[in-house]
Design a protein. Sequence first.
Length: 73
Amino acid sequence: DAGGIIAFSSLIDDLFELRVISSGNVFAGMNLRSRVVAVNPFTGIPLSGVRVKASLSLELKGEDDKKFEAAAA
């Protein structure tokens, strides 16, 4: 008989979690910077080589109630 413990994280190589860090408020003339990081959900260690395609849509409040959209890859 053989026995032991296998870490679940070692069985799944391509599982990742995306973490997005950005400002909660945007004001006129302000630069908006966001950071997206892919990490191993079990260890929290950042992963390299993960391709991310994202889009951003802001509803601007004011006289015209304009919308702003941007995309990046």
